[in-house]
Design a binder for this molecule. Sequence first.
Ligand code: URP
Ligand code: ZN
Ligand code: ZN
Length: 479
Amino acid sequence: MPEPARRTLVHGGTLVTSAGVAAADVRFVDGAVAAIGALDPEPGDALVDASGCFVLPGGVDFHTHIDAVFRGSIRTADDWRTGSAAAAAGGTTTVIDFCSPGPDQPLAEALAGWRARVEEQGPLVDYGAHVILVQPGEERLAELAELPGLGVSSVKLYLAYPGRVMSDDRALFRTLQRAAELGLLVLVHAENGHAIDVLVEEALESGEVEPEWHGHTRPPLTEAEAVSRATALARLAEAELYVVHLSSERALAELRRARADGGRVHGETCSHYLVLDESLLIGAPREEAAKFVCSPPARTRDDQAELWAALGDGGLDVLASDHCPFVLHGEKIVDGDFTHIMNGLPGVEQRLLIGYSGVERGVYPIERLVEIASAEPARLAGIYPRKGDLRVGSDADAVILDPAVRTRFSAETHHSAVDYLPYEGMEVPGRIRDVFVRGRAVVADGRLLDGPGDGRFLARATRSGDPSALPASDEGDTP
Ligand code: URP
Ligand code: ZN
Ligand code: ZN
């Protein structure tokens, strides 16, 4: 006997998709969206009442560091189980994370290892990978031709952290040239690593060791310069560029300039830059200030306002989390001078609701939230419209968001393994009520459901590829 179809009818809600906002029911059958409209229950439908709520496509987080190693041996707090639980609880059903090959490791081998490790841990959400390149030479660049066949359509370079992971301008430009040939998207962490190093040396020589100096030594101009350089080189190489975690008005102005000049340049900001500012570090006790150390650093309230506005007016394309938590009483390292503090914050669980607070404040309409938090990252990832939207045939990844209830963020209730939250005590409008991954409920009435994770690797189309050629979600995605 064939198994009966898995059917769910989400009814009575306000559906928000790339097609607009409408009162509409949605039926999931066997993991995909089967119908949208005014739908009557049919035999076998499990009924979910979404009255008074928004029904949104599942969130797509384009920038997470789950189970990642920095500075050679320091691991982020979440493994794929806890990291994906945090994502799911926050309404994110797809994450694009990073595979970081060893210096002489073939890319295909690194990706196979990365995939095996993720699969072993049983993630609750679907996932894909960007590949990190460190100062790539010609041999490495030749290997990039293998990436599309391995389901990867983007690479990332750091323009910061010299001596660790930074790439120089030649490596950046050659990567952009190769990426343009292959239809790959190039992500850059845009800060001028050399200038920052000099500022750090000067600060330490002057005896400035407190965490706030992490921020003072990474001023907006170091970010703006790197954005300007990367966008110019991308233009020269005729490549498509994506600037991760933009934090300042100055850097944003460089991005806007490059776009106005016709550059194929995309910009991301992250939830923490929208709600955290530099005053949280300045003059604060070391252990408190360390909670907010990330790169680029938290900026001013004026910068925040510009970032919010850019998410609304299209100056920025994506709201990501850069989820990169380190245990405060452990790996975050609050002793010693500020250079020892690990850079990065948790946020995958809070991203969507922080984005929704912009809707509540009238910064942008809810359709725009769907664009920046789901649809556009899915397009850039090469997984749209399977992910990032709710259309007939899309994966049944959905979020029921209750706008009538407020959520208070706290490390006592979050799902990440990290032992603190930079958003501790913050209250935002809305509540993630239910979450579905390929039609299966992973969150019900605000509670994460226990169960085996069956998150799947997503083979991603290149920027020049045909997204409709993607394999169906129920087929194995092994390229
Ligand atoms: O501070 C940050 N952003 N840490 C995560 C790694 C990176 O730079 O993206
Ligand atoms: Zn970065
Ligand atoms: Zn990052």
